[in-house]
Design a protein around this ligand. Structure first.
Ligand SMILES: O=C(O)CCC(=O)C(=O)O
Ligand SMILES: [Fe+2]
Length: 339
């Protein structure tokens, strides 16, 4: 018997009632969702009936509205929380920092982050997804170094991000930021290196399931640029799946029970690489957006999300980071403490 990724997990449909939002606009900011073609890591194109728009709120919206959206959806997309020029400045500095690798197209401005094609697979147009091998992550090492650069540290320390996290989680007694953010890059037309379907708590086991993530696009990421996609109404589903893992992991050694990469998990972590199948199986849609530099998306640690392949027609490298917050007075392991 072949064990597919999903068959290893409790069947969510059996226990969590789905609530698919009826209707919704299909054309937003000139993007017609019904003519978009979005491809996951595996499983091919996501049919448009499994796509919908993630609604955004302006940064100066009343905090009650922002909190209500967060509590209802497990995710809130804030437009323009940070000045666009500031975010583009970070993008430019980062791509200048990595330019020596040859990743940028010659003669282009680093702020654009236009891919040179270095290491690309150069397959014929007739190639299918099965012809492609997993792309190498050419920026892995230099990105790790950049994580410690002052221009990144200062950026993630911006009080506007912390302040919004604190206001969304106004019940927290002592909000703090995790000591480490993660920088992520996705070159266009790379395969099987998009973010797998997951919720963050699977990587945060051992701490109270109450962390808040700020996902920050560093540059514009169009709906086909490989930005994060959120599964609608997914917080109860994420909770349900994690409860299933808790039972599945109970017989493992204590250390392994907390491990997001233990024998019960997909190799390399996550629930599945096939976002198309996951949407079908859970009868939910992926919420996508036209992200702009300056936007920040806040999500719950049980909100299920992933990204699609970066198919940006302008060949821009998708660059983003994620920053996490929690209540220092909640029960959690000290591995997450900041200094
Ligand atoms: O940027 C990505 O692709 C992954 C980000 C993510 O999973 C998160 O912010 O929780
Ligand atoms: Fe995540």
């Amino acid at each position: 018997m072949t064990i597919s990724d999903i068959s290893r997990y409790p069947d969510p449909v059996a226990t969590v009632p789905t609530k698919v939002r009826a209707g919704g606009e299909r054309v937003v900011d000139g993007w017609d969702i019904d003519s978009l073609s979005i491809e996951g890591n595996e499983g091919g194109r996501i049919p448009s009936h499994h796509l919908s728009w993630l609604k955004s709120l302006p940064a100066d919206a009343p905090i009650e509205d922002i909190r209500a959206a967060y509590q209802r959806d497990g995710v809130v997309h804030i437009r323009g929380l940070l000045p666009r020029e500031q975010v583009l400045g970070v993008r430019k500095t980062f791509f200048e920092f990595v330019q020596h690798t040859g990743i940028l197209k010659e003669g282009t401005d680093p702020v654009e982050g236009i891919y040179s094609g270095l290491g690309s697979q150069n397959l014929p147009a007739t190639a299918t997804i099965d012809d492609r091998r997993e792309s190498d992550d050419l920026l892995q090492d230099v990105r790790t170094v950049a994580n410690y650069e002052p221009f990144i540290k200062d950026f993630v320390d911006d009080p506007k991000i912390f302040d919004m996290a604190r206001r969304i989680k106004s019940e927290w007694r002592e909000p703090f930021r995790f000591r480490q953010q993660v920088l992520r890059t996705n070159v266009p037309y790379a395969y099987r290196c998009a973010t797998r379907v997951h919720y963050d708590q699977m990587y945060l086991r051992g701490m109270e399931p109450d962390a808040l993530t700020a996902w920050i696009p560093i540059g514009d990421i169009s709906p086909v640029g490989g930005g994060l996609m959120y599964l609608e109404d997914s917080v109860p589903l994420g909770q349900e799946i994690e409860t299933g893992f808790y039972h599945l992991n109970r017989d493992l050694p204590e250390e392994d029970q907390l491990d997001a990469f233990n024998v019960n998990m997909l190799q390399g972590g996550g629930l599945t690489r096939d976002c198309n199948m996951f949407a079908t199986q859970t009868k939910r849609r992926w919420l996508i957006a036209d992200y702009k530099a300056g936007d920040v998306v806040f999500h719950d640690c049980y909100a299920i999300h992933c990204s699609a392949n970066n198919e940006d027609p302008e060949e821009r490298i998708r660059f983003a980071t994620d920053v996490r917050f929690a209540d220092r007075q909640a029960a959690f392991e000290d591995r997450w403490w900041g200094v």
